[in-house]
Ligand binder design. Structure first.
Ligand SMILES: Cc1cc2nc3c(=O)[nH]c(=O)nc-3n(C[C@H](O)[C@H](O)[C@H](O)COP(=O)(O)OP(=O)(O)OC[C@H]3O[C@@H](n4cnc5c(N)ncnc54)[C@H](O)[C@@H]3O)c2cc1C
Length: 410
């Protein structure tokens, strides 16, 4: 496969990681991105060991280190009074790195994007190139149709075009998008502007009836936290064409009135103009058709409550690169099927727990609280199956099977 050409549609974390991994193996790869410039702004992201151990293999470890921090603990707190419900150490005693053999990285999205783009050969990314459709040609390959009315072909086409993928319905015959009944307000705030916040260096979930706030530190000096405040509204998403809706700061603050000052201080620290609908994908029958395959959110868009969407996209990228570059003479379509048959069960498992976690973060005072608290306390013992996994080894046929999924929030 090293002589053949791969076109990646979408320069998100998944598409960029795949392009780097393939290019390092000498594969001719282009990335076509609809945006005229790459401008990830105003949010952070958490990369866990299942993502960072792979990125380190591309030589990106030092760059990630220079822009990241390790959270001290994961803490669950009562959103109203602020009492600790449960916690587990992460950086203390180097627990997380020792346990999983790689770091956690809290990083600004724009820094991660720059690290990935800089790792590609110049000219790999073609900006302002929007895919408008695919057609299947005689011989069982697809032609790509672009917004500028051009048509192109490639040996392998990878649709890393995000949860609102144009390609997914063409590949699978279904869209499978589900609105979660929740929406979020997000932002990045300087810790110095949060005088009421205890443990600013921790990952913290502030939980309550029908809402929660998650925040974690990003950047090398623990100077900033990134947050996502989630509420159970609107019940129905009003506009299927737009997944972000205009809002006011008051819309973001109102559901948290009476919560701990650290929560209201954080949400109120910046103006809110957009409410993010939180969507996930249901199960798909396949991820490939002809020489086209889905990767990242286009295949398994999930709720963000495990911080795994981007990490799963990185796993996909390494698995696909490993399978495409194996020297075993297998034709492309069979390689694509091997990739998704490996990836689908794991991604679905993470999708499922992310969906279930949403409910546990929003339990009202009442009979379910002891069970919720027990799940939060078990976070350390329930972590490993997500974080220890090595997607590249799995794709290479080295046996790194995951443990059975516990009934868990993590
Ligand atoms: C609030 C929130 C918080 C999150 N926090 C975390 C976290 O802490 N950790 C984590 O791992 N994940 C997190 N995620 C999930 C993570 O952001 C996504 O899973 C990840 O970015 C998906 O990457 P991707 O490359 O698959 O898709 P995307 O990042 O969506 O990239 C898709 C790209 O394709 C381009 N594109 C789309 N259509 C076309 C077209 N027709 N032609 C050309 N280009 C096209 C788009 O412009 C875009 O650049 C979070 C998500 C949300 C919503």
């Amino acid at each position: 496969m090293r002589e053949e050409k791969v076109t990646v549609v979408g320069a998100g974390i998944g598409g960029l990681t795949l392009a780097i991994a393939l290019q390092r193996q000498g594969v001719d790869v282009e990335v076509c991105e609809q945006a005229r410039e790459l401008d990830e702004i105003g949010a952070g992201i958490g990369l866990f060991a299942n993502g960072t151990r792979l990125l380190a293999r591309l030589g990106l470890g030092p760059a990630l280190d220079a822009h990241s921090c390790d959270p001290t603990e994961v803490i669950f707190r009562d959103g109203l009074g602020g009492a600790r419900i449960a916690s587990h150490v992460l950086a203390e005693g180097d627990w997380y790195r020792t346990e999983f053999g790689s770091r956690y990285s809290g990083i600004h999205r724009k820094d991660l994007q720059r690290i990935l783009v800089d790792a590609l050969e110049p000219g790999t990314i073609r900006l302002g190139r929007r895919l408008t459709g695919l057609t299947e040609e005689p011989g069982g390959t697809a032609a790509m149709h672009w917004a500028d009315d051009t048509v192109s072909r490639s040996d392998v086409i990878v649709a890393a075009d995000g949860i609102r993928s144009l390609v997914r319905p063409w590949v699978t015959g279904t869209d499978a998008v589900r609105y979660s009944g929740t929406s979020g307000f997000r932002g990045v705030v300087r810790v110095a502007d949060l005088p009421s916040l205890p443990d600013p260096r921790a990952i913290q979930y502030w939980v309550g009836d029908g809402a929660h706030l998650l925040h974690f530190p990003i950047g090398p000096d623990y100077e900033y936290v990134t947050f996502l405040a989630v509420v159970e509204s609107p019940k129905q998403w009003p506009d299927p064409e737009r997944w972000r809706l205009p809002c006011t700061t008051e819309d973001a603050l109102a559901p948290f009135r009476g919560w701990h000052p650290a929560v209201t201080e954080m949400i109120g620290a910046l103006p809110h103009t957009e409410r993010w609908g939180l969507f996930g994908l249901g199960p798909l029958p396949t991820w490939s058709r002809a020489n086209v395959v889905l990767l990242g959110d286009s295949a398994h868009g999930m709720l963000p409550h495990h911080g795994q969407g981007a990490n799963q996209s990185v796993e996909d990228a390494f698995a696909l690169a490993e399978i495409l570059t194996a020297e075993d003479g297998t034709p492309p379509a069979a390689r694509l099927e091997r990739y998704w048959r490996l990836r689908m069960p794991r991604a679905q498992r993470v999708q499922k727990v992310s969906w279930v976690t949403n409910r546990w973060l929003h339990i009202p005072d009442g009979p379910e609280v002891p069970e919720r608290d027990a799940l939060f306390r078990a976070v350390g013992t329930n972590l490993p199956w997500v974080h220890e996994y090595d997607a590249q080894s799995a794709a290479a046929g080295e046996d790194r099977t995951t443990a059975p999924a516990p009934a868990t929030t993590h």
